[in-house]
Design a protein around this ligand. Structure first.
Ligand SMILES: Cc1cc2nc3c(=O)[nH]c(=O)nc-3n(C[C@H](O)[C@H](O)[C@H](O)COP(=O)(O)OP(=O)(O)OC[C@H]3O[C@@H](n4cnc5c(N)ncnc54)[C@H](O)[C@@H]3O)c2cc1C
Ligand SMILES: NC(=O)c1ccc[n+]([C@@H]2O[C@H](COP(=O)([O-])OP(=O)(O)OC[C@H]3O[C@@H](n4cnc5c(N)ncnc54)[C@H](O)[C@@H]3O)[C@@H](O)[C@H]2O)c1
Length: 485
């Protein structure tokens, strides 16, 4: 059997594995990247890229539907789902082409890799690979819980919903996390009647409750039925229809639709043939166990991305890649993961954007917590675009009132999040943000306005006002804004 040696072998060519391969190769390592099917992973084929493409089409359709209120006489027609799916595949192809630079200088192999020891892999049962360091970046797949009748009834997941060639007239979506909520709005806008069934008491339960409430209100206004506190427990056929039973307290509710889509969370890809046992890599049902250096129970093997659970995002998978490659190649100067500033967005319209602590978490961890809420409608650009729904909520803590959390709902809110993340990462103050000139009129001026409002209502401005009153002997309102900063 042929035997090949590498400095670094990476199993899984998605967001984590591709970034890691690119980085390690650029540092001069001899790298092998193995994927069981194709490069790009969930994000490219069944996740971020197709979902954001579908959301874009749905937004265009919605804008056409609403155009009459601005005097445009465009009439809304039904959509051609086959054409939409084809255009999504076109986007995937273009992003995939752009990603080809990630594998320049990297040896890429397709097929199954199995551990035979902590430093050897068997590739497709025909080639032995030895590598001093190995990264596992095999990602995750949709969770499909044991629900009575589910397998015989049939269902969609994110792995097939972007290939639909005909739009179902009605759809039950099980799960009100980011996948359920994003797809509910997008498919609803294209013309499907949506019923969204969510186990917990609110949608997007990881977000601030006011965020969940705002998004639920917007979805309801778009004629989406939302059933909360209800767990899907059963599914069966009624002719060509699918009937879903959900338990809500003592009640059993039934919903009939053409299709059922599951968006019930994720499970790590740690399938049997990887043979993690042969290497001694430990894992549980949430994923491969790693320490703060992303090192597994076997010192020369690291794991990263969705397969370790936790923050299931492409940008976190890429962040992990930097840490894992460094720790694998330069073990004497290992770096720890730092999750203090992890931003994420949910791409509803308006968007949801979050970084850092929820108010309740901040109360537990800090003294002097203050919440500042600024309405999106006060942003001039939001008024000109007729996109006024939402808010910016800043969680400020400590005597210096540092931002320890931010929760946004608003048109393009995700675009503002990078600036907040940068400020938090480098422990900048709200003054640093509003003293930076922001281009007008953009949505980003909202952040400048919100931080200025936070300052004006905060302790530093209050003591400045006292000082100026003494100095000038004037009522504070007279000179209020001029000398504060
Ligand atoms: C519908 C949806 C929308 C999403 N939207 C966003 C978003 O907007 N923003 C965001 O940040 N995140 C989003 N995510 C999450 C994001 O897709 C994942 O966090 C990201 O893909 C994780 O990257 P990864 O490299 O860990 O795994 P993946 O990208 O899934 O890559 C894993 C790779 O490993 C391969 N593999 C698996 N098992 C083996 C094996 N045994 N041997 C060899 N190869 C194997 C797979 O073929 C795959 O190519 C979304 C997810 C979904 C499902
Ligand atoms: N914009 C983004 O960044 C984005 C978009 C989509 C997905 N993702 C990632 O993908 C991951 C998975 O998303 P998801 O929405 O599938 O999972 P999720 O775990 O966030 O949400 C699933 C929801 O379904 C509920 N649920 C579970 N069983 C149920 C049942 N039987 N009946 C009714 N409800 C039930 C859960 O309580 C949960 O609230 C997320 O954690 C996220 O990190 C990110």
């Amino acid at each position: 059997m042929p035997r090949t040696h590498y400095d670094l072998a990476i199993i899984g060519g998605g967001s984590a594995g591709l970034t890691a391969a690119h980085l390690a190769q650029s540092l001069g390592a001899n790298v092998l990247l193995i994927d069981k099917e194709s490069l790009g992973g969930d994000c490219l084929h069944y996740g971020c890229v197709p979902s954001k493409s579908l959301i874009h089409v749905a937004r265009v359709v919605q804008q056409a539907r609403q155009a009459a209120q601005f005097g445009s006489m465009a009439t809304y027609q039904r959509v051609d789902m086959a054409k939409i799916s084809a255009s999504i595949q076109g986007v995937i192809q273009r992003v995939s082409d752009a990603e080809k630079t990630y594998t320049e200088g990297v040896t890429v192999a397709f097929g199954h890799a199995s551990f035979t020891s902590s430093t050897t892999l068997l590739l497709n049962n025909e080639e032995e690979i030895t590598s001093r360091r190995i990264l596992i970046a095999t990602g995750s797949h949709p969770a499909v819980p044991q629900i009575e009748g589910l397998q015989t009834t049939g269902y969609l997941t994110n792995e097939d919903v972007f290939d639909l060639t005909a739009l179902p007239e009605s759809l039950v979506i099980a799960g009100g996390g980011p996948i359920g909520v994003e797809l509910a709005q997008a498919l609803g806008r294209l013309g499907t009647k949506i019923t969204l069934i969510q186990g917990p008491e609110r949608l997007l339960p990881r977000e601030d409750p006011e965020v969940s409430e705002t998004i639920a209100g917007i979805l309801k206004s778009e004629d989406i039925d939302i059933i909360t506190n209800a767990r899907v427990v059963k599914a069966h056929h009624n002719g060509t229809k699918k009937v879903v039973t959900a338990r809500q307290g003592m009640q059993m509710l039934q919903f009939e639709a053409d299709e059922l889509l599951l968006a019930l969370g994720r499970q790590p890809n740690i399938e049997e043939h990887l043979n993690l046992e042969a290497a001694g890599v430990q894992y549980n049902e949430k994923g491969i166990l790693v320490d703060e250096h992303l090192q597994t129970s076997v010192p020369n093997i690291f794991a990263l991305g969705d397969v370790i659970g936790g923050y299931l995002f492409t940008h976190v998978a890429s962040y992990h890649a930097g840490i894992a490659v460094r720790n694998a190649l330069v073990p004497l100067a290992k770096k720890k993961v730092d999750y203090r500033v992890v931003p994420w967005c949910t791409f509803t319209e308006p968007e949801v954007a979050r970084v850092g602590l929820l108010p309740v978490e901040a109360e537990r961890q800090h003294k002097h917590v203050r919440i500042m809420k600024f309405p999106w409608s006060k942003i001039d650009r939001a008024q000109t675009a007729n996109e006024t729904a939402g808010f910016i909520k800043l969680v400020l803590a400590g005597n210096k009132e540092q931002i320890v959390g931010a929760h946004l709902v608003g048109a393009g809110a995700g675009e503002l999040l990078g600036e907040i993340a940068l400020a938090m990462q480098h422990r900048l103050t709200i003054k640093d943000i509003f003293n930076t000139i922001h281009p007008y009129p953009t949505m980003s001026t909202g952040l400048q306005q919100a931080t200025f409002e936070a300052f004006l209502t905060g302790p530093e401005a209050a003591s400045n006002r006292k000082f100026i009153q003494i100095l000038w002997g004037k009522p504070t309102s007279y000179i209020r804004n001029a000398f504060l900063y």
